[in-house]
Design a protein around this ligand. Structure first.
Ligand code: SF4
Length: 493
């Protein structure tokens, strides 16, 4: 179990804290057993096409707190994906019936001369400008490679401005170069929130924290039937909402890759118990998850009834889909724990998961609890995935492999990946909402979308006919993992 230390302004990166890796090729079962034995090793690639950045992930969580401003202390290019987050923010406001507002994002626009003379005055000026224009209830300062390399003392600027402006001005250390695991940025954002915003509980409320992105509000009905209230965190909360997430009776992870640190921090610091089993994807996973939730909320009997009702309602329909999908093969690409959850859903529907390209692997979560391991649950419940690849979005590996494997369907969780399946003429399904496939009914939601995708292949067939690949014939003849080389280190965790 990692130890949460709120005295430090930074949270340790995942490589060091959890032993997380970004490269692996082999069986899922072997990955699980090496992770459990503490002998997992990362590998180097002699060629890498792209990488994600922690700063973007931190920004993704902080940028949708409705009454806060984010100041990115960086060259302007680091905020290149801000328009994408603002787009999501606007769309999801509409879905939630919230008043339409644009995201309040500022950049200090560090220039070459600032990397010589320092950027702290620019940072002070930008924070003050943001305060005067937006009147926010908190300002987050996210850092960057440039601000980290020149050593600007962002923490002291934040502390002085907090006193001056009378609102929390909070530093969030998420420099891209610090970690190969971009999800370290989620941890940085949550560390900033728990360290500077969240207050000790006054009493226990009837709320249950749901750590999620901006997914559908599927927990409202379930929790109200159990006598509790869903509290979705962090996007679309106000600063005040977040101050007392410490009062919740439990924390649900929609995806432990996202919320591993926040779940553990709330439990360790404020005694909010985390549900420490895989999230409810697939029949077996949903049974286990509901029983654990019932135990933590003291609603065991009610949960048994929910399980009986759920089985009765969905099993006959799942059986029909299993017949429809018999003999169909699937390939999956997604972030770590949610990818594992989708493997469970696909297997439940009788699809043969030929392989998966997953963006990183956490051998253990911050709660240190082996029962939380989603991939171990998959292997134990549904059997092995023989071609399991950890590929941090290396499209060249994905294209090479898909070109050989030619599955009946490719499933993707991230928009940028779908184009590769479609260009090869492989029916490709993208679903970004993690909650869409959650629980018993989620299996059916997913099944309907898979059936639609398999039924209508004309678009991808035409696309493949008229499109070209950027990869050469030479590369497509090489082994997909030809650039995956030597092992980097062994982490003890
Ligand atoms: S923080 Fe570093 S890695 Fe991230 S976008 Fe900026 S320069 Fe790139």
């Amino acid at each position: 179990m990692s130890k949460v230390n709120l005295d430090l302004p930074t949270v340790q990166i995942r490589e060091l804290r959890l032993g997380s890796i970004t490269a692996y090729q082999g069986k899922a079962s072997e990955l699980v057993s090496r992770a459990q034995a503490g002998t997992l090793k990362d590998s180097a690639r002699s060629f890498s096409q792209c990488m994600g950045c922690s700063s973007g992930q931190a920004f993704c969580m902080l940028s949708m707190i409705t009454d806060a401003v984010v100041v990115n202390h960086a060259p302007i290019g680091c905020l290149g994906d801000a328009s994408g987050f603002n787009f999501v923010y606007r769309v999801e406001q509409k879905n939630r019936g919230l008043p339409s507002a644009i995201g309040k994002y500022y950049s200090t626009n560090l220039l070459e001369k600032d990397t010589v003379f320092g950027g702290m005055q620019k940072l002070r000026d930008t924070v003050r400008t943001a305060f005067e224009r937006e009147h926010p209830n908190a300002i987050f300062i996210t850092t960057s490679c440039a601000s980290g390399i020149i050593g600007d003392d962002v923490e002291s600027v934040a502390d002085h401005l907090s006193e001056d402006l009378g609102i929390p001005v909070i530093s969030c250390f998420c420099e891209g170069f610090r970690s190969r695991i971009w999800t370290s940025g989620f941890d940085s954002a949550y560390h900033a929130i728990v360290r500077r915003l969240v207050k000790p509980p006054r009493k226990r409320s009837k709320k249950v924290n749901i750590i999620n992105f901006w997914g559908s509000h599927i927990f409202d009905d379930l929790l109200s039937r159990l006598g509790y209230e869903a509290q979705y965190i962090v996007p679309f909360n106000t600063v005040k909402d977040l101050e007392y997430i410490s009062e919740a009776v439990a924390t649900i992870q929609i995806c432990p890759t996202l919320g591993t640190y926040l779940g553990a921090a709330l439990e360790q610091v404020y005694g909010v118990p985390e549900i420490k089993v895989p999230p409810a994807y697939g029949m077996a996973g949903t049974d286990i998850w509901l029983r654990e939730l019932g135990k933590v909320l003291h609603r065991e009997q009610e949960v048994e009834q929910l399980i009986r009702d759920g089985h009765e309602r969905v099993l006959p329909q799942i059986e029909a889909y299993r017949k429809q999908f018999a003999g169909k093969t699937a390939y999956l690409t997604a972030g770590a724990a949610h990818g594992h959850s989708l493997i469970a859903v696909l297997r439940e529907l009788g699809l043969d998961v030929k392989g998966a390209a997953i963006f990183h692997h956490d051998p253990v979560y911050d709660n240190g609890c082996p029962t939380s391991d989603v991939l171990a649950h998959d292997v134990e419940t549904y059997g092995d995935v023989r071609q399991y690849n950890i590929c941090n979005k290396q499209a060249f590996e994905l294209v090479n492999l898909l070109n050989r494997m030619r599955p009946d369907i490719m499933i993707a969780r991230h928009g940028g990946m779908t184009v590769w399946g479609a260009k090869l003429g492989i029916p490709t399904l993208l679903i970004g909402d993690e909650q869409f496939s959650f629980g018993y009914d989620g299996i059916l939601h997913y099944a309907r979308r898979i059936a639609e995708t398999l039924d209508n292949t004309e678009f991808v067939t035409n696309l493949a006919r008229h499109s070209t690949m950027p990869y050469t014939k030479w590369w497509l003849k090489q082994q997909p993992y030809a650039f995956l080389g030597r092992e980097l280190h062994v982490r003890q965790y």
